[in-house]
Design a protein around this ligand. Sequence first.
Ligand code: NOJ
Length: 762
Amino acid sequence: MKQYLLSALVLLCLLTHRPLAQTRNDTAMDRFIDSLMRRMTLDEKIGQLNLPVSGDIVTGQASSSDIAGKVRQGKVGGLFNIRGLDKIRAIQEVAVKESRLGIPLLFGMDVIHGYNTIFPIPLGLTASWDMALVEQSARIAATEATAEGICWNFSPMADISRDPRWGRVSEGCGEDPLLGSEVTRALVRGYQGKDLSRNNTMMATVKHFALYGASEAGLDYNTTDMSRIRMFNEYMPPYKAAVEEGVGSVMSSFNEVDGIPATGNRWLLTDVLRKMWGFKGMTVSDYTSINEMTNHGMGDLKTVSALALNAGLDMDMVGEGFLNTLKASLKDGSVKAARIDEACRRILVAKYRLGLFSDPFRYCDPVRSRNEVFSQAHRDISRRIAAESFVLLRNRGGILPLRKGGTIALVGPLADNAENMPGTWSVAADHGRSVTVLAGLKSALGQQGRVITARGSNLDYDSLFEQRAGMFGKSLRHDPRPSSELIREAVETAMKADVVVAAVGESAEMSGESSSRSDISIPKAQQDLLKALLATGKPVVMVLFTGRPLAMKWEDENVPAILNVWFPGTEAGHALADVLFGDVNPSGKLPSTFPQNLGQVPLYYNQKMSGRPPAENNWFQKFAKNYLDVTNDPLYPFGYGLSYTSFAYGEPVVSTISPKGNQQLTLTVDVSNTGARAGKEVVQLYIRDRVGRVTRPVKELKAFRKISLEAGERKSVRFDITPEDLKFYDNELKYDWEPGEFDIMVGGNSRDVKKVTVNWSK
Ligand code: NOJ
C-alpha cells in the first residue's frame, strides 16, 4: 500500500512537472500559511493586499504617507521603487520586529533592462534576437537587484505593439507574437532562475495584462478595442508564454478590454489567466489603476475596489482602495471573506517561495552589493549585449566600419551625454556613470586617431518640448547659443575631419511611459544639422538613438550610413566604438517595422490579405488597397538589419512536400557568408497558411536561429516544423490547425525570403 502511494505521488509529480521535494515543500508551506492566516485579523489580511510606493520614485498621484507607521500596524504587504540596501533593511526591520505578526515585506522595482548595470532598452535587447543573451541580461539584473534588497521585479513587459507613436514600445518586445514570447520567456528565466528562494533570484511580473500596447492612436492610457481572435492570435501569446514559464506575478493594465478596465476584468484575470492558462501566482494592479476605474466611469472607490478584488486582482498598487474600502464591502456583502483570504494567501505564498519567512533579510547583502553591483564583469557583458542589439540600417559605399585613424568629427546633441545612454526607465541606474559616445570613441582610438567635437544642435527647436523630453535628470542640457551658430561650428568641425559621426535622434525620455508622440520623425533641429553636415561633402555616419521605430525616409535616402543603437545602456560608448570600428560586426535585426511615414501606421509584417491587394509590379491601381501618395512598403521591414559582410541563401529544401498528420517536417537551407569578414545572421522562418476557415496572415514568424559564419563559410540551417507551428485560434477561440497548402519561407528578414510550398494533410 505504502509503495502504491509512493508511485502515485511520483506519477502526480511527473504529471505536474514538479520535483518531489517541491511537493513536500508545498505541504510545509501550506501548513505554515494556514497557521499564520489563522492568527491574522481581517485588517492584517487586507493589509497584505496593500502595495504603497515608498516615495523615491513617484510617477502618478502617490498619496501614501507614514509608510513606517502603516507597516507597524500591519497595513502594508510590500513596497516598491525604494532604492538602497540600508533603507530596505530598515523598513523590513520595522515589519518583522515591530508589527504584530512580523510578516516580512515584498520589495518590488521596475528593473526592466538592468538594475545598476544597464543593458539596452528591452526593444534593443529584442533586436539582438539572441535569447541566451537576453536571459543573461536578466540574470545579471536579478543578481544586482537582489543584492540590494529587491526581490520582486515589474518586468517583463510583454505588450505587443504595432504603433510607434506609443512611447512604451521601447519597454517591450516589438510587434511579433513569437519573438515577443521568446524574449518574455528568456527574461522570466533570467530573473527567476530555477529556484526563487535563492538569494540572487527574484520574482518576475509579466505586464501589462492585457493589450496595453494596443491603445488607440498610440496614446498612452487611451482606450483599447480588439476582436478576440486577434487578441488570442497576436497579442496574448507573450503573456501566456510567461505563465508557461512559471512567472510569479501578473500586473493588470491601465486600459479597458471589451469595455471593462483590465484591473476589474474578471474574464481576463480569472477566466483567461487562471482557468484557461492555469496561472497559480499573484496578481497586482498597475499604479493606481484600481482608483482610475472611477475615472473610467465604473463607480466610486469602494465599488471599483470590490470590482477589482472580485475580478481576481490580489494586490493594490499605490491607490489604497483595498485598504480603505474592503472592510465596508465585506460588511455589505459586495465582497466575500474567502476572496480576501485567497488574495492574502497568494501574496503570502509569494513571500514564502522567495524565502522571506525563513530570512527576511536574505536579499540585503552588503558584500554582494559591493562586489557584484556594477562590477566590471557585468559591465563587460552589458557592452557585448549592447553591440549585439545595434541594427545597421544603411551602409552605402561601405563607409562602415571606420578605420582607427585620422580625424573623426563627432557632433550632435547625444555625442557627449552620459545620462541619456541608459534610455528610459532605468530606475536604479547612476546615469552619470554611463560611457558617452565621445569617451567610447576616444578610448578605442587611443593614440591612433583624433576625435574633434561640436554640439551641432539641441534636441529640438522647441525648448518646452526639450524639457518634457528630458525628465528624471536626463536632460540633454540645452545649449543657449543660436542654432545657426551651433550648425556653423559643427560644419567648421566637420570640414577638419575625415569622417563625421552624428549622434542624433531621440532623447531617452522621448520614449517610455507617458511619452507618446504624434510625429515620429527626428526633430527638425537635428535634421537641419544633418543637412548641413551632408552639404560639406564629408562622409556622414548617423548614429541613431531611438526608443521606437521612426519615420526617416529622408535620412534613409540621404545619409550614407545609419546605425540604429536604440539606447544601449551603461556601456554605450564602448559598445558603439566596438561596432563603428568593426571589432564587432553588427547583427541586430528590427523587432518592429519602420514605416515610410506616420500615415502608414499601424504597419506590421504579419498583416492580413486584402480582397483587393495591389498588383506586385504596380503599386498604385484605382480601387486597390493602396494610398495615393505612398507605397504600402515599409521603410525597413520587420527582421531587417545589415552586416559588414553579406549573406546568401540557397533554396530551402523540405523532407517532404506532402507531410501527413503529426509528422515532423524538416526544412534545411544553406546560408553562406559571401563577404570578407566573419558575421552573424538571424535566419528567419515564416509560414503562410494559404486557405483557412478564418482569414490568415500573409506570413507569420515561426522560428529563427542566430548563426555565426566565418568569411566564406557556408552552413546548413535546419528547422523542424510540426503541426503545432500551424495552429491558430479561430473565431470561436478553438485552437487547432487545418490541412492544406502552406508556404514556408526563409530569409534574413520578413521581406526577402525564399519559399517552398507543402501540402499538409491530416
Ligand atoms: C506604472 C507602469 O505602467 C508600470 O509598468 C510600472 O511597473 C509601475 N508604474 C510601477 O513603477
